[in-house]
Each structure stands twice: as structure tokens, then as C-alpha cells.
Ligand binder design. Structure first.
Ligand code: XMP
Length: 492
């Protein structure tokens, strides 16, 4: 707004990602009812240097003198921070003030009737057609499936679960038992198609295409194309906004589900996505209202492409570089910095885990998009390298084994209830005898759009690391100390 209305905006010297405290200078209009100092969530490098004529500065932080601007007369307001995320606790109040105060909107939304409305909408979209679901075992597809069954009746909805070979240990049996669906074994197809692939986007693309290929095969063999069948999906709101909601957001995360094949089905109108206006926490609420078991609803979210985006690959062997702060490890992970997606190396630091220091470091450091702490290791970092590595069966087994160890200890200690998601990642860092390492990434989030690192108790961490280092081929245990932004939750 400042730029378009002839203020002056420039690239800042340092970025501001994550937590900040804003001093509110003017507690009227959008800031009515908030305190003079508010925690806010930032993700920017640009700075407003001069506000446009007619505007005043409503809020500032220590690194961002212009964190909110407003022109009360013309009722124009601009925020540099994100009011829509939970890490801005008064964000809801600010948005309410804007909608109901500044814009004068009416409050006429009653969430109680939403299930009936969703069912009605499903019946409208489906018409006479039946719905075929690929159920992943996650909250989203299970809720979408159950909602559709409730709307159309059991006879008109068929669920299939694809075992891609990229699932966690024990997952297929769990899904078979918890949901009334058919299991399709496609392990060989997926692993075959992913052979030799390194780039995250290519992995995602291949996995998406394989899903479509398997889906077509299943549809054909079950004669679902002869009758009038359409495809149901558990896509939720953040999936749509991070991929196409804003002009440049398509490069932050390519959509999980909308690869070319599925886009064709969408274009032909042969798709139902009943949950596209809901956040994850709302989807859980819907699931509860639909009577799905807590055990299923309480599961941590798990990405559609599965362990493939938690098993990092590399196209060549590279040296780890010593830098002032620690080590620059040339294993590329995906991040999100400002409006764009980054794909950069990682900084590894030794010593006590210090979140404040690592946050400051990653804001200052342009060569990397994450900081990880070294927890325990079989060999010093200076003797380790990044190895050429691919998505192979043995590496997947290694990841599955590591993931199962972490999940069990995290569950038994109660730690899993303190976190929203706990990815366990395998990276090709180590020695010739132990060429892989593990990154632990426990985070807190509400909707996956932003995330905060959760540091676990030292004794639990030591036990996890000790058990992981007994796994064949694992060299070092790292702990991800990067909030989102600038690091995404998954490493890819
Ligand atoms: P990122 O890594 O973008 O992840 O911070 C945000 C949330 O989305 C999940 N995720 C996915 N979920 N299919 C999914 O169903 C996907 O392709 C996918 N990619 C990321 C991720 O696990 C986190 O909860």
C-alpha cells in the first residue's frame, strides 16, 4: 500500500522472520482493544521508509519502524506483520476490528449448520454420480471421505488406500483397520518411478503422476469409469492458499495434489473437495462432529508424498565447509523466505541448543535457510560429507526405522502431545560406513502455515539420539532450530 500510494519502500539490511514485539502507537480503529505492546509474526526484508501522504505510523518493532500504517479518514490500513496466524495473538481482534468496525460488516455466520450445508453441497456437486476416494489415513481425507459417505450413503462412495511404499511403519495395517477401505499395493511402481531422482519438485511431480496412474488403473479395473464416478479429495484451505492464493505463492509450495493429471479431472468437473474452506483445526472439529475416533483425529498430520519428502537426496558428493558460526552443510532443504520458496544449504552448530541465537543467526545469514544443532554423532563433523544419494529401498527402511523409534519414545513420554507435528528426516550426511544422518523437527503449529520449534527435555533427547545411533548407517543426530518462516516444516 505504501509503495502504490507513493510512499517509499526499500530492501532492508536484515530480514525479520518469526516472533517480534510491536509497539502500538494508536490504539483506535484496527487496534482498538489491543495492548500497547503486542507479539506479532513477521516475515519480510522490505521496509517502508516513508509513509504516503495522509497516513500515519500506527505500530513499530525494533527492526521495523513502520509495522502498521493507517489513514483514518480514507479508512485505509496496512500491516507489515501477519494478523492471520496464531503467533499474533491479537490478530483475530485486529481483523474483527477491520471487518466489523472499519468496514461495518454484519456478523451473520452460524457454524452450527455447516455439516448439513456441506452435505447438501456434496449432493449438488455429485448429482447422480458416485464418489471414489483415495484415503491416506490422515485427518483430511478421512473426514472428507466420512462426510461424503454421510451425504451420499455407503453404496455410492468407495474408498481405496494406496500403499506407495512411502508410508510409515505399520501404517497400512492401521488404515485397513480404522477405515472401511480397499488396500492397493503400488510399492514397486512408486519406487521404480522415483529411482535416481533428487530434486524435491521432481519427486512431488512423479509421486503425483504415479497417484494418477494408479488411480486410473484402479478406476479401470473396478469399472469406475464406465459408470458415473468422480474423485473426492481432502484438500484443505492452506493447501489452496500456499499454492495459488496470491500471485507468487505458487512457488512457495507446488500443490500437493494438483499435478497435471488431477488438474484434468478438475477441469472436467469430475472432482469433489468438500474441505477447501477449512483450516486443519476446523477439519478436526468437523471429524469430531461426524463421530470419527479420537485416535484418528489426534494423529499428527502426515504429508501426501510421504517419507519421500523426508528422505533428502543429493546429486553429488560435497564437502562440509567450516564457517565462523559452525558448519555450512551443502544438503539443500526447502524453506520459505518472504514471498518466495528457497532451496539452500543448512548451518550446523555445536553446543547447547539455543533458539534465540539460531533465530538471530538465520535472519542474518543469506547462504542458508536453516540452522540445526548437533545432538550426538559417531564421527566429528569435519570427517563427514554430503554423499550422492537417492531414494532407495534401503534408505527408506532406514528412515522408517528411525521414524518408528522416535514416534515410540515421543508417544511413551507424552512429548507427542506437546507438538503439532514431528517430522523425522534422513539426510545424506555422514561417513562412508555411516552415510546418513537424522534431523529431528518437532514443531508447534495450529494450521501448518507457520510453525515454532519445540525444544524437548534433555534426557528424552539423549535417549532418542542414543537409540537412533544404534541404527545401521546413521552417523549424526541433528535438531532443527528453525521456525517457519524461514524454514518450511518438511525438508523435501
Ligand atoms: P511445509 O513443509 O510447507 O508444510 O511447511 C506445511 C504442512 O503441510 C504438510 N505437507 C503436505 N501435506 N501433501 C500433504 O497432504 C503434501 O504434499 C504436503 N507437503 C507438506 C506438512 O507435513 C506440514 O504439515
Amino acid at each position: 500500500m505504501a509503495y502504490l500510494m507513493n510512499g517509499y519502500v526499500r530492501k532492508g539490511d536484515i530480514g525479520e522472520y518469526g516472533h517480534a514485539y510491536a509497539t502500538i502507537n494508536d490504539r483506535s480503529a484496527i487496534f482498538e482493544g489491543v495492548t500497547g505492546r503486542e507479539q506479532v509474526w513477521m516475515s519480510h526484508r522490505d521496509q517502508v521508509e516513508r509513509v504516503p501522504a495522509g497516513f500515519s505510523v500506527l505500530a513499530s518493532t525494533t527492526t521495523c519502524p513502520v509495522a502498521a500504517i493507517g489513514d483514518h479518514q480514507r479508512r485505509l490500513y496496512g500491516l507489515q506483520f501477519h494478523p492471520e496466524v496464531v503467533h499474533t495473538p491479537s490478530g483475530g481482534q485486529i481483523l474483527s476490528n477491520f471487518l466489523f468496525g472499519v468496514c461495518g460488516c454484519r456478523k451473520d455466520w452460524d457454524p452450527r449448520g455447516r455439516i448439513a450445508l456441506l452435505e447438501q453441497r456434496i449432493r449438488e456437486v455429485a448429482g447422480n454420480r458416485n464418489v471414489f476416494f483415495f484415503v491416506s489415513g490422515g485427518v483430511d481425507s478421512s473426514v472428507a471421505y466420512r462426510l461424503t459417505v454421510q451425504a451420499l450413503g455407503r453404496d455410492r462412495v468407495h474408498g481405496a488406500y494406496v500403499d506407495t511404499g512411502l508410508m510409515r511403519e505399520g501404517e497400512t495395517d492401521f488404515v485397513r483397520q480404522a477405515l472401511d477401505v480397499t488396500v492397493v499395493d503400488a510399492r514397486e511402481e512408486f519406487l521404480g518411478a522415483l529411482e535416481g531422482v533428487v530434486e524435491p519438485e521432481q519427486k512431488r511431480h512423479i509421486i503425483g503422476e504415479q497417484f494418477v496412474a494408479v488411480q486410473n488403473r484402479v478406476l479401470n479395473s473396478g469399472h469406475y469409469l464406465d459408470g458415473d464416478w468422480i474423485l473426492g479429495q481432502g484438500t484443505i484451505y492452506p493447501d489452496t492458499i500456499e499454492s495459488g492464493g496470491t500471485a507468487r505463492a505458487d512457488i512457495i509450495k507446488t500443490h500437493h495434489n494438483r499435478v497435471a493429471g488431477i488438474q484434468k479431472l478438475i477441469d472436467e468437473g469430475r472432482i469433489i473437495e468438500p474441505l477447501t474452506s477449512f483450516y486443519k483445526d476446523e477439519v478436526r472439529e468437523l471429524g469430531r462432529e461426524l463421530g470419527l475416533p479420537e485416535e484418528l483425529l489426534d494423529r499428527h498430520p502426515f504429508p501426501g508424498p510421504g517419507l519421500a519428502i523426508r528422505l533428502l537426496c543429493a546429486s553429488q558428493t560435497e564437502e562440509i565447509q567450516k564457517i565462523d558460526e559452525g558448519w555450512l552443510v551443502p544438503v539443500h532443504s526447502v524453506g520459505v523466505q518472504g514471498d518466495s520458496r528457497s532451496y539452500r544449504p543448512v548451518i550446523a552448530i555445536e553446543g547447547k541448543l539455543d533458539l534465540e541465537h539460531s533465530t538471530e543467526l538465520i535472519n542474518r545469514e543469506r547462504r542458508a535457510n536453516r540452522v540445526v544443532g548437533v545432538i550426538d554423532q559417531h564421527a566429528p563433523i569435519c570427517e563427514q560429507r554430503v554423499w550422492e544419494a537417492h531414494l532407495t529401498g534401503p534408505r527408506l527402511d532406514r528412515l522408517r526405522q528411525a521414524d518408528a523409534i522416535v514416534r515410540k519414545l515421543s508417544h511413551d513420554s507424552g512429548f507427542d502431545r506437546q507438538v503439532w507435528q514431528f517430522p523425522v528426516i534422513v539426510v545424506p550426511v555422514g561417513t562412508p560406513a555411516r552415510p546418513d544422518s537424522v534431523v529431528l523437527r518437532p514443531i508447534h503449529s495450529v494450521d501448518g502455515m507457520t510453525a515454532q520449534v519445540v525444544v524437548m527435555a534433555e534426557d528424552l533427547l539423549a535417549e532418542i539420539a542414543r537409540r537412533l545411533l544404534q541404527v545401521e548407517g546413521l552417523c549424526t543426530i541433528f535438531y532443527d532450530l528453525t521456525h517457519k518462516p524461514p524454514g518450511t516444516i518438511e525438508w523435501e
